[in-house]
Design a protein around this ligand. Sequence first.
Ligand code: HEM
Ligand code: HEM
Length: 192
Amino acid sequence: MIHAFTRYFQTKFPHHIRHIHYTVMFIALAQLLLSNGMHINKQGVIRDTAVAQFSTWAHIGFGCVFLLLIIAFTLVELRTHGFRYFYPYLWGDWRQIQSDIAQLRQRKLPDAKPQGLAACVQGLGLGAGLLVAASGAIWLGLWLTDSALAHEAKDLHKMLTGLIEAYIVGHGGLGLLHIYLSSKKHGQLDEK
Ligand code: HEM
Ligand code: HEM
């Protein structure tokens, strides 16, 4: 399956998009895992255990990298495909979305097409990634300057992380299913 995944990405994406996507994917998953070990109290003090210290500082470090990367990824994606590819509904264009939904109703997984369901979900995912990373960075700025608002920003960040979790389950899960089904169809899963 890992082989099918890397092959799909190799044929589908140019080199730079492939590597940005791998890194974004890896950091997003690492952030979700690391967040389980984090403990910062209302006064902004990190719990004095090795796990909490490591998880918090690694989460902050990865988070800052993620913020820069997701900005770059969004700009690269918009330059490659254009705004309308990801957000056609802002122009009242629902045609491809409706046709993809009709295909889903027939229990067939539609391919990712311009202005289609998968592209719209990806557009929302980029937005979710930007919001989560920006809210984390705002908390960091307030926390470092001992602001009383840091706790509020942390709650906002925690709330927004729900968006990226839902995105990873939806987009990631369907992406893996899509690769599995198309590899099976082309007999590639039996090769290795
Ligand atoms: C500059 C960037 C970031 C900073 C400074 C930051 C900081 C924080 C802080 C302080 C917490 C609260 C920890 C606690 O009190 O338990 C937190 C929680 C969390 N963060 Fe981040 N974060 C950043 C980016 C991200 C990114 C990019 C993701 C995901 C892709 C993410 C996912 C999470 C999750 C899932 C939680 C746990 C939420 C919960 O317990 O309900 N963070 N983050
Ligand atoms: C477990 C995590 C993830 C998996 C398994 C995954 C899987 C995939 C797959 C299979 C595709 C190709 C869809 C196609 O065109 O056929 C794709 C595209 C894409 N993914 Fe992800 N993804 C994950 C996480 C993320 C995250 C965290 C983001 C950003 C927040 C993201 C943003 C995108 C975007 C923008 C595209 C479209 C790229 C293009 O067509 O140029 N993905 N992903």
